[in-house]
Design a protein around this ligand. Sequence first.
Ligand SMILES: [Zn+2]
Length: 364
Amino acid sequence: MTKTGRAAVMTAAKKKLKIREYPLPKVGHGCILVRITCCTICGSDLHSWLGHRKTPIPIILGHEIVGQIVELGEGITHDSGDKPLNIGDRITWTIMDNCGKCYYCREKGLPMKCRYLKKYGHDSCQNPPHFVGGFAEYCYVTPGTCVIKTPENLTDEEVAPANCGLATAIAGWEAAEIRPLENVLIQGAGALGFYAAALAKHYGCNRIIVTDVIEHRLELIKEFGATDTINVRGMEDVEIAQAVFDLTGGFGVDAAMEVAGVPEIIPAGLKCLRIGGRYVEIGCVFHGAHFTYDAGDIAFRMPTIKGVHNYDTKHLQMAIDFLAMTHDIFPFKDIVSHRVNLDDINEGLRIAESGKAIRVAVLP
Ligand SMILES: [Zn+2]
């Protein structure tokens, strides 16, 4: 008899996910069958569930995944860092499976834009191998994925959000070309903001300023290295910029990052830059996120503006290494604030949507 596994399946936007059983796939060459031990709910899972962006259905959402190897396909013996892989090992893996051979993979260094891209938690689960998302008991990891065996000193809940949140924050600071002793602004005290603050601290930044409208998040982010927090609720853009200028000797920050997913805050972020500063847009992973800005300001004040979507495979290894190095310094364990089991996934989504949680963990 074929073994089966359970998954929480989305069949329509905003509708409750339903638990379905699918047969486990026969493990092919270079593939891995993983028993999921933890998957955290990312902001982009919420965007998909709420219908903010086009999503194929039926779908198993969830891409911040960690689990144990149940079966190793032929030809796969080591992880991407060349550590041997065995049944029972705990691994995490990149959000994407990319071909490595197409125009974007090979010529332009943009594997996240691979022409044959597959993304965990983003593709339909209609056909075998079905298990291509994180809100399930199993996941089928395919050969174009960067797989990483995780260090034993980290918990599942510390590792899971690294796969999207932390790896993306690292890609963001890399795009911002952040340097020691610079002043930075982080717009948004969600999981990405927490990671961004910790990275800024680790890189030796001077002022690490964070804006948000939720007070308890602004409190907690101080433990991740934020030197100054501003609750921007009700503030005009010019007032926010003035507050940031006051903290940076009247010049503004060297680099800023939008990680709240709120297009309306981008003009304030751009205004907070010093002349020649760098701005990285990460949070708005949905279309229709328009904002208005004075192009004269862009010419006169000479900012560099970059977009970052997901990350390069190397950023996940950097994320895991960073966690292993600094988990005694920063309270990464506090990023998962709520937990549900697979049967209560709908409750988990509601908690995540309410903004009460930083990350909700789904524990099958
Ligand atoms: Zn994500």
